[in-house]
Design a protein around this ligand. Structure first.
Ligand SMILES: NC(=O)c1ccc[n+]([C@@H]2O[C@H](COP(=O)([O-])OP(=O)(O)OC[C@H]3O[C@@H](n4cnc5c(N)ncnc54)[C@H](O)[C@@H]3O)[C@@H](O)[C@H]2O)c1
Length: 306
């Protein structure tokens, strides 16, 4: 096994369970010292349990790797700053931030409560923004000190829910769209410092996908390739964290099973121009023939699941 990340320091948020746990184990296996962040909460974000992050650290150490816990809340400003500081204080540097932590409280817009919306957007979107902010500040200061580009890797975790505009997840889908946009901005800003930033949308069997309507799809098959095994998505996330992935930044990927897919930027559907100032009637005259041919929603911007 190559130790490509020897000497590098990584933070994985939400690394006490699910995909994040496997990210932390893989980065440690590649030689990185890992800050295992996890508040240890339920799928719905209720309660805290420090033992989850500790177990992952114990597992990494038992395998000969290096890791330390951070039990803070990703969306808490001071905790996010403390997470980056933990890496620097413990290992003297911070090179990789893998944003992964998340919770879920599904409902349609009819029944979703204010707190279900606020909490899910907070943990995902602010929970990506806050650690990223302190990581980027550290990387920029480090680059200024050395007067040149440094090594930095930021990976964000979104979900195809945002590409579907998923009606059963208005909080989660909106947060994941925000994460994508946030990360694209970071990629532009951080390019000159030697920091890449990408977004990955995984499909994997965890407690998240084993709850609710997706459960039957994600079950482990009795035989044959385990398409939704969470271990399938991990090598790609880890690759994005390596020096070899330096040419990959500002991209959006879907990964699952044996497939890695990169998405293209949005395409222009059609452009209309007016010879004089637009009026409501002239808008209708120009646009109506095009939309006559398109099905509402089905041919819209997102890709509805049904
Ligand atoms: N499983 C999938 O197929 C899938 C699909 C698309 C996106 N994702 C995304 O992948 C990421 C990981 O999901 P998972 O399926 O492994 O879920 P999971 O529930 O198994 O793990 C999430 C982890 O995040 C931690 N966490 C939650 N809130 C936190 C907070 N405020 N601070 C710190 N830690 C916190 C939890 O304690 C848990 O250990 C999430 O961002 C999720 O939205 C997963």
């Amino acid at each position: 096994m190559s130790k490509e990340l020897e000497g590098k320091v990584a933070i994985v948020t939400g690394a006490g369970d699910g995909i994040g746990k496997l990210h932390a184990l893989k980065l440690a296996e590649l030689g990185a010292s890992v800050v295992v962040n996890d508040i240890g909460t339920t799928l719905q974000g209720k309660g805290e349990d420090k033992s989850k992050a500790q177990q992952v650290v114990d597992e990494i150490k038992a395998a000969g790797g290096e890791a330390t816990t951070h039990h803070g809340d990703v969306a808490n400003w001071q905790d996010a700053e403390g997470m980056v500081q933990t890496a620097i204080d413990t290992y003297g540097d911070m090179n990789i931030l893998l944003n992964n932590a998340g919770i879920m409280r599904d409902a349609t817009i009819f029944t979703m409560s204010e707190s279900d919306f606020d909490d899910v957007v907070r943990v995902h979107l602010k929970g990506h923004f806050a650690p990223s902010k302190f990581a980027c500040n550290y990387w920029r200061a480090k680059s200024k000190k050395t007067s040149g580009p440094i090594f930095g890797r930021l990976v964000s975790t979104a979900s195809e829910a945002w590409l579907m505009g998923n009606p059963g997840q208005p909080n989660y889908a909106a947060a994941k769209a925000g994460i994508t946009s946030l990360t694209m901005g970071i990629a532009q800003l951080m390019l000159k410092y030697g920091v890449t930033a990408n977004v990955v949308m995984p499909r994997a069997r965890t407690r998240m996908t084993l709850s609710g309507p997706t459960a039957p799809i994600f079950q482990k098959p009795e035989e044959g390739f385990d398409t939704f095994g969470p271990q399938n998505v991990v090598p790609f996330f880890a690759y994005l964290c390596t020096p070899r992935a330096e040419r990959i930044s500002g991209h959006l990927f879907i990964v699952w099973g044996r497939e890695i897919k990169a998405l293209t930027r949005p395409q222009t559907l059609e452009v209309w121009n007016a010879e004089e100032e637009w009026t409501v009637d002239s808008v209708h005259e120009q646009l109506a023939p095009s939309f006559e041919k398109l099905e509402p929603v089905k041919d819209g911007f997102t890709t509805p699941a049904v």
